[in-house]
Design a protein around this ligand. Structure first.
Ligand SMILES: [Zn+2]
Length: 294
């Protein structure tokens, strides 16, 4: 059983070992640690009822923020209103009667994407409000000594750039994230990425220019992951990836352009190693279920 807890919704699944979804439940996310726990416990109960009691022993949970995997606590889960250090695993365990395995949502999604794509070695780029990478290397999550492995959104790339929410200046996520798109191309009620890619496809030269510039900065993030840990594939996921294959094509094109003058980069075939997260599957919830199974 796996739960993907996001700022807007909690999606829970019961899945078989090969990734088949046997039951799923989706509810809106409340705000505040105790309320998130209570709602998550209801989702667990509904999943048990829907699956005839399956998945009752361990529940894997993916949640935004910096997760202390050992203690089951979370920090910087600002969108959910969960206080720093809140004992999430302990409280959900008590409320649900299950053992809870808590991890960062991008880590859960990376595990899910690796399983669904049949890959053992994956750099997963979560392009949402912010930008983060998660690393499944030789089949195992690399979390890092402070659970901060893959936080590439906060690598400063432009000393003349804007101040980032993290307090530094010119972080990569200020130019390569859903927020970066929204700042340049507000969606008018639609998700900004969708509005941008639609406008570009409809022939707007301005939109095409913004799209291509954005794709080039995502390509920078891909290069960063590829040249640091050299995973077999780099997967594009997160809310921005909902625009689908068009995103992969734009980023692959940018990677090819960046490699045009570099035999070194060309030899790495980054466009050929770029994948899109499976959009029709609950990648993060499935990955959370795998967290619990491991
Ligand atoms: Zn930052």
């Amino acid at each position: 059983m796996g739960l993907d807890i996001g700022a807007t919704k909690i999606l829970g699944v019961v899945a078989s070992a090969d990734g088949e979804v046997l039951a799923s439940v989706r509810v809106p996310s409340p705000a505040g640690g105790d309320r998130v726990v209570a709602t998550a416990a209801e989702v667990v109960e509904k999943l048990r009822a829907a699956s005839g009691g399956l998945g009752s022993g361990v529940v894997g949970v993916g949640i935004p923020g910096l997760v202390d995997v050992e203690h089951g606590t979370v920090r910087h889960a600002v969108n959910l209103g969960v206080a720093d250090g809140y004992p999430f695993s302990e409280r959900l365990g008590a409320a649900s009667g299950a053992r809870v395995v808590l991890d960062n949502d991008a880590n859960a999604a990376a595990l899910g994407a690796a399983a669904l794509l049949g890959e053992q070695d994956v750099g997963y780029l979560s392009l949402g409000t912010g930008l983060a990478a998660a690393l499944v290397l030789d089949g195992s999550l690399r979390r890092g000594s402070r659970n901060a492995a893959g936080e590439i959104g906060h690598i400063p790339v432009n000393p003349a750039g804007p101040r980032c929410e993290c307090g530094q200046v010119g972080c990569l996520e200020t130019v390569a994230s859903g927020s970066a798109i929204a700042a340049l191309w507000p969606g008018d009620g639609q998700p900004a990425a969708q509005a941008l890619f639609d406008a570009a496809a409809a022939g707007s030269a301005g939109a095409a220019a913004v799209r291509d510039r954005f794709a080039a900065r995502v390509a920078d993030a891909v290069r960063l992951v590829a040249l640091t840990v050299d995973p077999a594939v780099v997967v594009l996921g997160g809310g921005v990836a909902q625009v689908g294959e068009r995103l992969r094509v734009a980023v692959a094109h940018a990677l090819a352009e960046q490699a045009a003058a570099s035999p070194f980069l060309r030899s790495l075939d980054l466009p050929g190693r770029l994948r899109l997260a499976p959009l029709d599957r609950p990648v993060a919830a499935l990955g959370a279920a795998l967290l619990g199974a491991s």
